[in-house]
Design a protein around this ligand. Structure first.
Ligand SMILES: Nc1ncnc2c1ncn2[C@@H]1O[C@H](COP(=O)(O)OP(=O)(O)OP(=O)(O)O)[C@@H](O)[C@H]1O
Ligand SMILES: [Mg+2]
Length: 227
């Protein structure tokens, strides 16, 4: 569904991604791991066409993901939740969801409330005054309002308490199981994420050094040395 063919990516003269090849299949849940600066965000951004200098190619359903065409790529069904809480803080929960769904039918809001009941409870509260975990759920809900076929998430659990991390990861799994939305998630919470994904990728200084079942990575004794 999303295929990377010998992808490299640079910022100025610096090569952040080197000859990376893999394919995410429809309906899969994939975790992407690696040290700070390894190239995880760059890898995700290549998937939506948000990196300028790219070698090789990224294909979505067989058609190229052109760089610089983020909006068009999003319309094709690629959803992206960037690092940090991306909500309109001065607007209410309901207004955030409405804006996110403008391109589509409004019926989706009820579905999001079904998925995240806390958002229904807080529908009139300003997004900026939600807790970190609630804001993350809202950001997820907003991404889902665009009805993506594949959702790329960059560290959605940063700064959240372990129990909330489990909630968010679990919600992602339900979204995947309910609607077959393909999930690619970058996370620092390696163990918790490995329990919720089927497949793992490890990036080290711009190279893909592991691509296999998450259970295989979880079972590796030298897991931490790998990174
Ligand atoms: N806009 C940019 N300009 C220059 N260098 C960049 C830019 N964005 C990223 N880099 C560099 O590319 C490398 C990979 O960055 P990237 O953000 O992909 O790493 P990451 O694995 O997501 O790290 P983290 O875990 O800290 O989020 C880093 O060395 C970073 O400094
Ligand atoms: Mg990053």
């Amino acid at each position: 569904m999303l295929r990377y063919e010998n992808v490299s990516a640079s910022y100025g003269g610096f090569q952040a991604l080197k000859d990376v090849s893999f394919e995410v299949r429809e309906g899969e849940r994939v975790g992407v791991f690696g040290h700070n600066g390894a190239g995880k965000t760059t890898l995700l951004r290549c998937g939506i066409g948000d990196v300028g200098e790219v070698g090789g190619r990224v294909l979505y359903r067989g058609e190229p993901v052109e760089s610089g065409e983020v909006y068009r790529n999003a319309r094709r069904g690629i959803g992206f939740v960037p690092q940090g809480h991306n909500v309109f803080r001065e607007l209410s929960v309901a207004q955030n969801l409405t804006i996110a769904g403008l391109m589509h039918d409004r019926g989706g809001i009820e579905e999001m409330y079904g998925l995240f009941p806390i958002l229904r409870e807080r529908r009139d509260q300003l997004a900026g005054s939600l807790s970190g975990g609630q804001q993350q759920m809202l950001a997820l809900g907003m991404a889902l309002m665009t009805r993506p076929s594949i959702l790329l998430l960059d560290e959605p659990c940063t700064g959240l308490a372990p129990i909330v991390v489990r909630d968010v990861l679990h919600s992602l799994r339900s979204i995947n199981e309910r609607s077959r939305t393909t999930i690619v998630i970058v996370e620092q919470n390696v163990q918790a994420t490995l329990r919720e994904v089927e497949r793992a990728l490890v990036v080290k200084t711009g190279r893909l050094i592991f691509d296999g079942p998450s259970a295989e990575l979880a079972g590796k004794e030298n897991l931490w040395e790998l990174f």
